[in-house]
Ligand binder design. Structure first.
Ligand code: ADP
Ligand code: MG
Length: 493
């Protein structure tokens, strides 16, 4: 008997809130995250009769930017449509969205996975967010009443729909993090899953390996971390394969991820799926997207993460790993290149060495300190790129040792100190040359004959004890590699 092997087929639908100043179709502020309830309100977002929507140009521009970054075709003409459904958080009783003429179509995103993979982008369109319901629990159980906060109603929401091109959660994770990085690079949104400004629904089906037909899909909602998206998909794949092996049929339905229980549960079947009765929004005429506008937008776009990563590898000789970490955040990448300005006159290999060391400091101490002190962006740190360049150079030339360099870095981080000044004030210049170290080493050897004898009789670990003694004598400033070499030389004679 042969057992059928299955493969998963995954497509994602992602909603991204844009950080425009005003809402999608009206003038009140879109920054609802920090505003007190019901303070970002206007007649349009309250859906008062007789009001008319006005399209936010910056939001359309942001969608075009994302579309270009995702290699999409940008429509010559785009239009908005009404999507009808009723829910207490939907002010008008319909949502203005886009149905058959979205702003962007047919693109793709290259994923930086082990095996490179290209995910097709079906469409990018604009719509509006809904208001927010806050349910107040009754002391006796159940919901006592619900409060409505209109601030979020009408906040620009971009929807990005992929083709069903992903096959595993490694690709899903890479897709999400790549898309987040692009959104942040372009500065069109914060793409933060926890705060709800980036929401992912996963469409999952399975099919026998080798089959080219698509299986019946299930849509999974309600994940608010990348991990949860992956866990929900893994669960769904297992559930569907097990059901098929039991001889059951997968039915098209919407399921919700229960993060506590780590399961998906059925929410809505195809039979009770909404009929949205889309029709063209009569209050917004179709929009012509001038080619001139598109090329202007294109010319002003920053270098995107993947291109930047490749350039860092080619230009600065960084490893794929170091480059990935650095380009993850646009300001870190810019900071890195500012540090690198100090070595542009040097040889290619000297530049690569310096780049590697700089990357170590940025991905190591800098990342650690920023995390420890809750600093969100490298732009907020007090270390000037030119000061980091000085420290890295001194460390590289062994003018200060590892411990001292970390101490200097700490002072630079805390108060923006100048590295030369700290090194001088604390007397941290490394004792590295043989002239200075030899007498100290001789004295240590003379005072520790037992350890020397141990070493000579084959207990080579005794050298570590002697190293400690030299470090003590130099108050920790000795260059460890030099000490090791000189100790060995002295005792191996
Ligand atoms: P619907 O009409 O149900 O919204 P769409 O064709 O618009 O379905 O696709 C919605 C999302 O589901 C897209 O991201 C698409 O890639 C994905 N998708 C479609 N069919 C499948 C399938 N059989 N398995 C997995 N994902 C799918
Ligand atoms: Mg759809």
């Amino acid at each position: 008997m042969t057992t059928t092997e299955f493969e998963a087929v995954i497509g994602l639908e992602t909603h991204v809130q844009l950080n425009t100043k005003s809402k999608m179709f009206s003038w009140s502020g879109a920054g609802y995250q920090k505003a007190p309830p019901n303070t970002l309100v206007d007649p349009v977002s309250m859906a008062l009769p007789g009001t008319l929507p006005v399209v936010n140009k910056r939001a359309v521009e942001s969608a075009i930017e994302i579309g270009l970054a995702l290699n999409c075709d940008i429509a010559e003409v785009t239009k908005f449509d009404r999507k009808q459904y009723t829910y207490p958080d939907l002010m008008k009783g319909y949502q203005i969205s886009q149905f058959d003429e979205p702003i962007c179509t047919e693109g793709w995103l290259e994923l930086p996975t082990e095996v490179p993979c290209r995910v097709g982008i079906n469409r990018v369109h604009m719509e509006e967010d809904v208001a927010r319901l806050i349910h107040i629990d009754s002391p006796t159980g159940g919901v006592m009443h619900s409060l409505l906060d209109i601030n979020r109603a009408g906040v620009p929401l971009m929807e990005i729909v992929t083709e069903p091109d992903m096959r595993n959660t490694e690709q899903v994770e890479a897709y999400i993090t790549s898309l987040q990085a692009i959104i942040r690079y372009l500065g069109v949104g914060t793409a933060n899953m926890e705060e709800g400004s980036f929401r992912c629904d996963a469409n999952v089906s399975v099919r026998p390996i080798g089959s080219s037909e698509l299986g019946e899909k299930v849509e999974v909602k309600n994940m608010n971390r990348v991990r949860a998206v992956c866990e929900a998909i893994e669960y769904e794949i297992k559930r569907q394969v097990a059901a098929i092996k039991r001889g059951e049929k997968i039915v098209q339905e919407t399921r919700g991820w229960m993060d506590g229980e780590k399961v998906t549960i059925a929410q809505r079947s195809k039979e009770d799926a909404h009929d949205y009765r889309y029709f063209p929004e009569p209050d917004i005429p179709p929009i012509q997207i001038e080619r001139k506008w598109v090329s202007e937008i294109k010319s002003e776009m920053p270098e995107l993460p993947l291109a930047k990563k490749q350039r860092f590898i080619d230009r600065w000789g960084l490893s794929n790993y170091d480059a990935s970490l650095i380009v993850d955040d646009r300001s870190s990448a810019e900071y890195f290149e500012t540090v690198m300005k100090s070595v542009t006159d040097e040889s290619k290999s000297a530049q690569a060495d310096f780049a590697k060391e700089t990357a170590n400091w940025l991905n190591g101490e800098m990342a650690r300190m920023m995390h420890e002190h809750d600093v969100g962006s490298i732009k907020e740190t007090r270390i000037k790129p030119s000061s980091l360049a000085v420290l890295v150079r001194k460390f590289q030339k062994r003018e200060i040792n590892n411990n001292s360099a970390k101490r200097v870095f700490g002072e630079m981080f805390d108060n923006g100190a100048d590295p030369d000044e700290v090194i001088q004030r604390l007397g941290l210049a490394a004792v590295g040359d043989a002239d200075e170290l030899t007498p100290i080493i001789e004295e240590v050897l003379a005072n520790n004959e037992d350890a020397v004898a141990d070493y000579r009789s084959g207990k080579t670990t005794a050298i570590r004890f002697l190293m400690g003694q030299v470090m003590k004598a130099t108050r920790g400033r000795a260059d460890a590699q030099a000490v090791m070499r000189l100790l060995g030389e002295a005792m191996d004679q």
